[in-house]
Design a protein around this ligand. Structure first.
Ligand code: SAM
Length: 323
């Protein structure tokens, strides 16, 4: 494993997160011992051959996470494209790295635009993003003023995508640790906890929401986005087999049923701020993600249904406060 994760520990030294360093180091060590990835060596080599800067100009407030090419940098654009493509599939974005536009499977900027008007200002806040993917949202969080944006995600390729960007930037508050939420300590410190697109992958949703609550300080804000189904407080779909061809989908509540769960767990000011039908414009195959995408996961004769005949993907964002 060639990626250096020390920047997070440096950044949070002498802060209220330092007390959790030993637990996090142990969790990281276990993660790497148990889950060596067959392609890590190849990815390390690819990453190490990529440009490294610390003076680039950047913009985190536009639809792309953009890192500009300094005039002084001589770059063979087509080789750089090939280097970045070593980390395909690129799912979350878009990105513009040194002039290369990475058109990702998802318009994650659309998701961000749906969420940001409804949450407390991130200015100066310590933010945790569970299942962050490749860290696209971490930079958007910094752009919105967060002082620390810690993301966790166990999928190794996303860590490499994050570092392809991070190695172009000066030291900053975005950090990605390759961990699963169940391996985190109950921090009780974060001002905002995001969990976008993860709940339906968890077998035990109530336990997962309790985990999320354990990371927040009292008065902190939970921003939960997940797949839902149309229906009332009693509606929950547990897909018997696959859902939209995904084998790891366990639990699709209605927004009302989810609100009820959050309230029952003691969260305050629980509100659904957005419900959105995912379209094949927002999630689609591109040159940077060439596998099947949403259009292939729907009923070809009736796009309001998934391929298995369930309601097609609908997403809700729910915001709540820890008492
Ligand atoms: C559908 S993607 C969502 C990515 C991003 N948050 C978004 O909304 O676009 C789900 C992500 O959750 C991660 N994930 C799955 N189980 C997890 C767990 N137990 N803890 C943390 N991340 C998890 C996966 O690796 C994947 O990147």
């Amino acid at each position: 494993m060639g990626i250096d994760l020390e920047a997070f520990f440096e950044h949070t030294k002498n802060t209220d997160l330092e007390q959790f360093h030993p637990q996090l180091r142990q969790a990281l060590q276990q993660h790497f011992e148990q889950k060596s990835h067959g392609r890590s060596g190849e990815w390390d080599t690819a990453l190490n051959s990529m440009p490294q800067l610390d003076t680039a100009s950047f913009s985190f407030n536009d639809h792309s996470v953009t890192i500009l090419k300094p005039d002084t940098l001589k770059l063979d654009q087509s080789s750089y494209v090939q280097q970045l493509k070593a980390f395909m599939p690129w799912r979350k974005g878009p990105w513009n790295l040194l002039g290369v536009e990475i058109e990702t499977e998802w318009h994650s900027d659309w998701k961000w635009q749906r969420i940001i008007p409804h949450i407390s200002s991130l200015e100066g806040r310590q933010v945790l993003d569970i299942g962050t993917g490749n860290g696209y949202f971490l930079y958007r969080m910094l752009g919105a003023g967060a002082s620390l944006a810690l993301g966790i995600d166990p999928t190794r390729i996303f860590l490499y995508q994050f570092h392809a960007a991070q190695r172009l930037l000066p030291p900053n508050g975005a950090h990605l640790l390759p961990l699963r939420s169940e391996h985190l300590p109950a921090f009780g410190r974060f001002d905002t906890v995001f969990c976008l697109g993860v709940l339906y992958h968890r077998r035990s949703p109530i336990d997962h929401i309790q985990e999320l609550m354990s990371y927040l300080r009292p008065g902190g804000e939970l921003v939960l986005e997940t797949l839902v189904v149309p229906g009332d407080i009693d509606t929950i779909l547990v897909p018997p087999k696959r859902y939209a061809k995904m084998s790891n989908v366990w639990f699709l509540p209605s927004a009302k049923a989810l609100e009820n769960m959050l309230q029952k767990l003691g969260l305050k000011d629980v509100r659904t701020v957005d419900i959105n039908q995912t379209t094949t414009k927002e999630q689609r195959a591109t040159d940077w993600m060439t596998f099947h995408s949403l259009a292939d996961f729907l009923d070809p004769h009736n796009p309001s249904l998934s391929a298995e005949g369930h309601p097609a993907p609908l997403r809700a964002t729910i915001v709540a406060t820890k008492a």
